[in-house]
Design a protein around this ligand. Structure first.
Ligand code: HSE
Length: 429
């Protein structure tokens, strides 16, 4: 029986997950794929590392050349993370005729197209399903299954850490920092959890999703990003009273040939399918003209969900190797569609303003909003002690640049104590 040899680069949480699954499901994979998959080498710089599996006599090396120059290795799995040396290793592997599977969203969101170009030239495969949504096969769906119908919108909950934090703040009334500490203990937060809570991790995934959904190059620099550090328990409670919940969304939309790509906390109607996605789960909601709406849901982080996505890619490459079709699915996307600046994006907004409570205050604020074409859907007043009132507005669809100008003017009013919260509302029919 044919044998395909594999190397793993980096034995972190995910790398070990791949090794464990490869060793445990050896026979199962062999039956599924019709050939033997052998873990031939492991690259790991920390020789002392305590492993969660018995690696037997598989050679462990800290020298990349040992993998690169081994002519038997046909697939390299990169689970080191970070930009360098991962980028160099992937480039050299592709150029030497090896196929690569990576979960490295940081690298792909910045240098994906360069690496896909190298793979295309070399006729090798570069697969990356695990970079977005863990076990959820969303990239395969965008690359293949949903290809027949132009995609209009992809809205995802693609960061498990922030979804866990917001779920706990909503359902159990916990505060931000204690929940973040729990997310770190549970192992789905990034090494630097600022990447999660400030929206960067979801931003990288939004760049990858947009590139595939709209078949035009989108990089991390194109993504407008706001994190969840400013979200308070009060925001959550007021949203709840209006049948809305707060989620960190990655939103990718094509309108009139331009791409909107942004990551920020958003209020979603509780009836929206993404509102039911709790804890560290991820989901991606896709809209297209003829297929309508599709939602994929599952575990977006963690050892085995991520490892299973990697092994799905390995299975595809194994088929490509066997049928001589490596490199056939690699696509290098050029920048074909412009990115819509955030000022030109149209959204509904949820605003909380703290104002002096006296006659004419609401009229003054409403007049300024009206002057900038900001039309209001609902207004609620909460009387507070101390002569102030909190006004909560939800707008109709407005151009973001117009709202920003109106708020700038409102902030300068003598009656304005504070613009407490400005959040976008999404998913309203
Ligand atoms: N830190 C990421 C998350 C891990 O919380 O979703 C998966 O990319």
């Amino acid at each position: 029986m044919e044998t395909i040899n594999i190397a793993i680069l980096g034995l972190g949480t995910v790398g070990q997950g791949v090794a464990i699954m490869l060793l445990k499901y050896e026979e199962f994979l062999e039956r599924q794929l019709g050939c033997k998959i052998v873990l031939k080498r492991i690259l790991e710089k920390d020789w002392q590392k305590e492993l969660d599996f018995d690696k037997g006599d598989i050679p462990l090396s800290d020298n990349w050349q040992d993998v690169l120059t081994d002519p038997d290795i046909q697939i390299v799995i990169e689970t080191m993370g970070g930009i360098e040396p991962a980028k160099t290793f992937i480039r050299e592997a592709l150029q030497s005729g090896k196929n690569v599977v990576t979960a490295n969203k940081d690298l792909l969101a910045l240098h994906g197209q360069e690496l896909f170009g190298i793979a295309e030239e070399a006729g090798t495969d570069l697969y990356f399903e695990a970079s977005v949504g863990g076990a959820i096969p969303i990239l395969c769906a965008l690359r293949q299954n949903l290809i027949s119908d132009p995609i209009r919108e992809v809205m995802g909950i693609v960061n498990g850490t922030t979804n866990y934090i917001l779920s706990r703040m909503t359902d159990q009334g916990d505060d931000f920092s204690s929940v973040l500490a729990d997310a770190q203990k549970l192992g789905f937060a990034e090494a630097n959890p600022a990447s999660d809570v400030e929206g960067l991790d979801a931003g990288r995934k939004a760049a990858i999703l947009s590139t595939l959904a709209f078949q035009s190059q989108v990089t991390l620099d194109d993504v407008y990003i706001e994190g969840i550090t400013g979200i308070t328990r009060e925001d959550i409670l007021f949203a709840d009273q209006m049948d809305l919940c707060i989620k960190l969304v990655a939103l990718c939309r094509e309108t009139d040939g331009k791409i909107e790509v942004r990551v920020h906390p958003a209020l979603l109607p509780k009836a929206h399918p993404l509102s039911s996605v709790k804890e560290a789960y991820n989901a991606v909601f896709v809209k297209a003209d003829r297929l309508g709406e599709v939602m994929l849901y599952g575990r977006g982080a963690g050892r085995f969900p991520t490892a299973s996505a990697i092994l799905g890619d390995v299975a595809e490459i194994v088929r490509n190797i066997r049928f001589g079709s490596c490199g056939s699915l690699t696509r290098v996307y050029q920048r074909e569609k412009a990115i819509l600046p955030i000022e030109d994006v149209e959204t509904r907004f949820f605003l909380r303003l703290l104002l002096t409570d006296r006659p004419g205050v609401l009229a003054t604020v409403a007049r300024i909003l009206g002057r900038y074409q900001v039309s209001l859907d609902t207004v609620n007043q909460i009387d507070l002690i101390g002569g102030n009132a909190e006004l909560i507005f939800v707008t109709h669809l407005v151009r973001e640049g117009d709202l920003r100008k109106a708020l700038e003017e409102i902030r300068g009013l003598e009656i304005t104590k504070e613009v407490i919260t400005v959040l976008r509302v999404e998913g309203v029919a």
